[in-house]
Design a protein. Structure first.
Length: 134
């Protein structure tokens, strides 16, 4: 089961952080069709947010067709976002990325600097890829 966390300094609304975490878990194969999301009560207790915030996130995920509430049972994943091939590729790529992160840590970069470097490099890569595809 997914365990939510909130980053107060991210500038992203809490309900959107929950939505993003569910989508990421689906893409990574951590959440699959039929899996149950934590109850609103459990999320509120874990991350100390308003229940309406969790409900808003779950409603948005339902609107997107990613989850479905079942009265008295909970909210369940109705589809995934990653293919089996994507999930199979994650292991080797994750190991490579963890190696890179260890090098960045050994170089003395702070977590925020590592994150900034990853994000800016990814954005540059995405822009170049989009330009190639034209």
């Amino acid at each position: 089961m997914i365990e939510f966390h909130l980053e107060s300094r991210s500038g992203v609304a809490p309900y959107m952080q929950l939505i993003q975490q569910v989508r990421h878990a689906m893409r990574l194969g951590l959440l699959k069709e039929g899996d149950k999301l934590p109850t609103v009560k459990d999320v509120v207790a874990r991350v100390a947010i308003n229940p309406n915030t969790v409900l808003k996130a779950y409603r948005e995920l339902e609107y997107e067709g990613l989850v479905q509430p079942r009265p008295g049972l909970g909210t369940f994943v109705t589809r995934t976002l990653g293919s089996d091939e994507d999930v199979a590729a994650h292991g080797p790529l994750r190991r490579d990325l963890e190696g890179w992160l260890a090098k960045a840590d050994d170089a003395g970069l702070a977590e925020e600097s590592i994150e900034a470097l990853l994000v800016s490099t990814f954005r540059n890569f995405s822009a170049k890829r989009a330009a190639r595809r034209g």
